[in-house]
Design a protein around this ligand. Structure first.
Ligand code: PNS
Length: 177
């Protein structure tokens, strides 16, 4: 058996996305990435053009709460090109999740563009658990807004905040009702 004297640099992966909100599918991908990398940085895109359900600070707080006690998961926001952010973080890989073949074309296109922009950063596509294949942030918000239960699809920290947002805006027009 070979013994490794571990002097190699940390292997860091960026897991970028909107995370509005974080779902069980995202959590699953982060846990899978932790098996392959020393550190996983969840990079939440600051996207001024979208109307988010959760503010960027809330989305950061959710990831922190879900992964509290897991020192190898970091969360922060980023603006601009993902490859520039990956370079700044000295990440060797960009991790993205695949639920179904329908995700693949979009992910392949992004991976090739990112490779073109920065040939040294690899994109690693990880398959989510089969039980998560139908979960998306968009559908979670839609189901919740129409009175459905979403506890099976998102971490407790997200479900709680969805209910809090609904309570806080009772009587007024809201994104999360
Ligand atoms: O969760 P999402 O919304 O599918 O994530 C998309 C994301 C954030 C990965 C993508 O929009 C992105 O990387 N944006 C940063 C800007 C950029 O680098 N664009 C070129 C990527 S090909």
């Amino acid at each position: 058996m070979t013994t490794v004297t571990d002097q190699r640099p940390l292997r860091t992966a960026i897991f970028p996305g909107s995370f509005d909100p974080l779902t069980n599918g995202h959590v699953d991908i982060i846990r899978r990435a932790l098996r392959l990398f020393d550190q996983v940085v969840v990079g939440i895109l600051v996207n001024v053009s979208k109307e988010p359900t959760f503010t960027i600070d809330e989305r950061v707080a959710i990831v922190r709460e879900v992964f509290q006690g897991e020192a190898r998961v970091e969360v922060e926001t980023f603006e601009g090109l993902l490859v520039d952010y990956a370079r700044r973080r000295k990440a060797t890989a960009i991790v993205r999740g695949l639920r179904a073949a329908s995700d693949f074309e979009y992910e392949l296109q992004m991976a090739h563009m990112n490779r073109n922009l920065s040939p040294t950063v690899e994109t690693v596509l990880l398959m989510t658990d089969a039980s998560n294949t139908f979960i998306s942030s968009r559908l979670v918000k839609e189901v919740f807004s129409l009175g459905g239960e979403v506890g099976a699809f998102v971490p407790e920290a997200v479900e709680r905040r969805l209910h809090e947002a609904r309570e806080a805006t009772r009587g007024g027009p809201r994104v999360v009702r």
